[in-house]
Ligand binder design. Structure first.
Ligand code: GLU
Length: 296
């Protein structure tokens, strides 16, 4: 069964913006007859207890999901195998650059600042040998394209750069752009609904899926929640998590429903009203009850 998904990183509690994205992912999946699966992206930035609280919050909102939750940390063998297959196919190279070296090097033509300048792409075996003594190598894709076009239900065709992106970090951990592609395919995910901050990474991911002979999912990048200053909503903005809002007598579910223009009371009821064409296209500005500018 094809599936939609929500894949939080368990780095802390979800805020209302994250919860709204999860609700949208659920609505997109359920309204199109898809399964809805969850994955905990716990390879990185995992804080003890956070994943359990995140899953608890999703259930409290009335979202349900199919099958067991996939913990990304159980997938390291599959990640390694995929990297190995790209290495064996000659599609990678070892990179010894630090973040700083990359930022300080002139950008490669046609690529935005910060993208990989190609420093280690063509090291000789002797140079590589020498650099291996300095630090463990990251593995980068030897990209054969400059750009790739991904298709998004809300944004249409979206073309973005594909540089020599990192597949495996210097510490041996598989990189997000690769794991997301592998794990989505593994879970049968053919619809990826997530915040539109990830739209710029999507061409890289769609390209990797194609290289790995995996199906490219339908992408739906939904507007983010912002604070009153127009920055991405964050914990420091005040009471923004389900627990914090509930403690102040605020019904987070109703808040999310209103922000999406629904009149029903639950996600199940919103399914009947849900129309992607009427989805707000602007960011959702959230004014937390104890935000500094509303205090007093
Ligand atoms: N765990 C990633 C995040 O929360 C997943 C992003 C995605 O949906 O692809 O940023």
């Amino acid at each position: 069964m094809p599936a939609g998904r929500y894949a939080p990183s368990p780095s802390g509690d979800l805020h209302v913006g994250n919860l709204r994205t999860a609700v949208l992912a659920w609505l997109f999946a359920r309204s199109t007859g898809r399964d809805f699966v969850l994955r905990v992206d716990d390879l990185d930035r995992a804080r003890p207890g956070a994943a359990e609280r995140q899953l608890g919050d999703l259930a409290t909102l009335g979202l349900d999901w199919d099958g067991p939750v996939l913990w990304q940390s159980t997938r390291t063998d599959a990640h390694r195998d995929a990297i190995r297959s790209l290495v064996d196919a000659g599609r990678t190279f070892e990179c010894f650059c630090t973040r700083r070296e990359i930022l300080e090097a002139p950008a490669a033509p046609h690529h935005p600042p910060g993208s990989y300048p190609g420093t280690c792409r063509d090291l000789t075996p002797a140079e590589r040998e020498e650099r291996r003594r300095e630090r463990p190598a990251a593995i980068r894709l030897r990209s054969a394209v400059d750009t790739w076009t991904a298709h998004d239900l809300l944004h249409g065709a979206f073309t973005g750069p594909v540089d020599d992106l990192v597949l495996q970090r210097g510490d041996g951990v598989a990189a997000y752009n690769l794991t997301v592609v592998l794990d989505d395919a593994h879970q049968g995910v053919d619809q990826v609904v997530r915040g539109d901050d990830l739209l710029p990474s999507t061409p890289r991911q769609a390209h990797l899926a194609t290289l790995l002979d995996l199906p490219v999912p339908q992408y739906v990048h939904v507007p983010l929640a912002l604070n009153v200053e127009g920055a991405r909503l964050a914990k420091r903005d005040g009471a923004v998590t389900l627990a914090e809002l509930t403690a102040r007598g605020i019904d987070a579910l109703a808040l999310i429903g209103r922000s999406l223009g629904f009149t029903g009371a639950t996600p199940q009821e919103w399914l009947d009203e849900f129309d992607p064409a009427r989805l707000p296209r602007e960011p959702w500005i959230v004014v937390p009850p104890d935000a500094p500018n509303t205090a007093g």
